[in-house]
Design a protein. Sequence first.
Length: 182
Amino acid sequence: MAKMRAVQVARAKGPFEWVERDIPEPGAGSVRIKVQACGICNSDSYTAEHYIDSQAQDPAAELSKLGGAKVILATVTNGEAMSAVLGGLAMNGKRIVLGAPADPLQVPAGLLIGGRRSIVGWPSGSSIDSQDTLAFSTQTGVRSTNELFPLERAAEGYERMMSGKARFRVVLTTGNEMANQR
């Protein structure tokens, strides 16, 4: 199987690590996209104090042991996975759904009513929003300001972004682009 290079952070506050992974073959209804560059921003730096492996643990029970979550931001597109954490919401907790699963969410009414919990949907952008934004940018000459770092210098790019010294956005490249271009 063909291989790809990647940079990962395997644990909270851990170092950047080079890894080699198999390039998976796309299944039915899926496509494989070759990434030329990848942006990183401050939101990528958020880490949790507690890691819950939803495959090995009951995520709702684990969240409850920690006092419950005030907010659960659901970006997954799996209704079963979204439903599995609802019991982990604290009193007055809110589940914000950004991902759009094909399968329905299973929501026990008593869970919502008894804990004054809520579930809200939030459109995080549609393809037409992206298309309109790109068209506006093209018409008005708006261009993003980026600092480019080759993937091999991911840790340096990340540190620059985290220090606040980066102008706007750091982009990791996989080609021969010159680093620190604007």
